[in-house]
Structures are given as C-alpha cells and as structure tokens.
Ligand binder design. Structure first.
Ligand SMILES: [Zn+2]
Length: 132
C-alpha cells in the first residue's frame, strides 16, 4: 500500500521504498547533483571572466611608466568595464574606497571620473584596510 506519491527529483518517476528517498537510483542522484553544480560553476566562470576583463582594461589604461591615470566613466564603459565586480577594496580616511580587480585599482572621483592605480604603487592615502 502506497502512503504517498513522492517523485524522483531528477526524472520525476514515482518513488517506492524509504520515505527519505529523493531519487530512483544513483544515476538520477548523480545527474541531478552534477546539473546543480554546473549552475554554480557557470556563474563563477562568468564572474571570473568579468574580473579578468576589468583587470585587463585597467591595465591597458595605465600606460608604461605612469603610476596614476585619470579616465572618464565613458571610456571604461566603452571598453566593457563591469563595475559590479571587484576582488577587494581599500579605504582611506576621507571615507573613499579604492576598488581592485586583482592588482589593478580605481578610485571614483568627482564628475564620473576615475583615478586608476596599481596596487604595487599605492598612493599615500591607502591607509586602512576594509572588509570586502
Ligand atoms: Zn529518477
């Protein structure tokens, strides 16, 4: 006598047996878990791609020999810079933040402009490390 109609989370077949059963067999369980993990993997891949692209854009704008470069938001937007992602940030006393994509950073300035900096050549105002 069947007391309920539980179904496999992967193939939707009726499940028979233990009440805590979620899949028909190991094959369904493995496929289900692989598909679930693939969603996270793809999301992380997209974020990593955006971070690497951001880093490459910042790097390309800081020409050889220069330490600090100012650019407009328009210039970064035109290159496909994604302001949603950065790897870490550093704060300084006036409350401003430097956002980094790996070793390349930017500081928002007045008027939609950004000061681009390398982490290895920090301006003197990088003093207090902040939480990510
Ligand atoms: Zn199944």
């Amino acid at each position: 006598m069947e007391s309920n109609h539980r179904r496999c989370l992967h193939c939707n077949s009726l499940l028979i047996g233990r009440l805590d059963k979620r899949f028909c067999d190991d094959g369904c369980r493995t496929t289900f878990n692989n598909q679930k993990n693939a969603q996270y993997t793809n999301r992380m891949r997209r974020i990593n791609h955006a971070l690497r692209r951001n880093r490459a854009i910042l790097h390309s704008k800081i020409a050889d020999g220069k330490i600090e470069v100012k650019v407009s938001k328009e210039v970064l937007d035109a290159e496909g810079f994604n302001f949603k992602y950065h790897t870490h940030s550093l704060g300084f006393p006036e409350g401003k933040l430097v956002y980094f994509c790996y070793d390349m950073g930017y500081i928002p300035l007045e008027g939609d402009r950004y000061l681009l900096v390398r982490e290895k050549d920090p301006p003197s105002f990088f003093l207090v490390e902040t939480a990510f």
